[in-house]
Design a protein around this ligand. Structure first.
Ligand SMILES: CC(C)(COP(=O)(O)OP(=O)(O)OC[C@H]1O[C@@H](n2cnc3c(N)ncnc32)[C@H](O)[C@@H]1OP(=O)(O)O)[C@@H](O)C(=O)NCCC(=O)NCCS
Length: 166
């Protein structure tokens, strides 16, 4: 697979099941490389209601990456520049899909005149955000019950979008 085999398109209601499944697998399988079993289970936080999941995805600007007609990953962009989600299926990992999704987010944000992007990145996602120009602002420890998880507050200041002539 090359980056050319990946298509990006806006999220639709039909993507709810696939994106939820990717989230669950990315956390329990991919993120397991950098977090313990207890930590990934705490992150997952039990079964999610698909309707609520869809409403959150539709409420942010969510974009999905498609490979061979199947959703392989997704990300989003809030109007204030916050990137809440970046998840790629373990079946398609380490082939540049995460980078491609972030490239798209940066382009969209610059076009919309967003001043800066921010996120809370996992230990797995940190290098992917760094390659997309984000820098670590702070390391945070999140408490979920008895379990703690480290993550990073990251930020990328964006260049000003060209203004239309007056
Ligand atoms: C982070 C994530 C979206 C990256 O997607 P991706 O398509 O694999 O990203 P890219 O191919 O652009 O970049 C690959 C890099 O991601 C990281 N990565 C991906 N899979 C990894 C794994 N199984 N173990 C450790 N690092 C991994 C590595 O830094 C890798 O670079 P390397 O191959 O040179 O070591 C994906 O790994 C994922 O969904 N992870 C689990 C969930 C998560 O942490 N999401 C972010 C929440 S903030």
């Amino acid at each position: 697979m090359t980056q050319d085999d990946v298509t990006l398109r806006p999220y639709t209601a039909d993507d709810a099941t696939a994106t939820l499944r990717i989230f669950e697998r990315a956390v329990t399988e991919t993120a397991r490389s950098r977090y313990s079993e207890a930590q990934v289970l705490a992150w997952l936080g039990g079964p999610r209601d698909e309707t609520a999941w869809h409403e959150r995805r539709a409420g942010a600007r969510t974009v999905v990456a498609v490979v061979d007609g199947e959703v392989a990953g997704f990300t989003d962009l809030r109007d204030d520049g916050y990137v809440d989600m970046l998840f790629v299926s373990p079946d398609h990992g380490r082939r540049g899909i995460g980078a491609r999704l972030l490239e798209h987010v940066v382009e969209e944000a610059v076009r919309d005149g967003v001043a800066a992007l921010s996120t809370h990145a996992s230990k797995v996602a940190r290098p992917v955000f760094e390659r997309a120009g984000f820098v670590v602002v702070e390391r945070e420890t999140v408490h979920r019950g008895d379990v703690t998880l480290d993550r990073y507050v990251m930020r990328r200041v964006l260049p000003h979008a060209p203004q239309p002539p007056r």
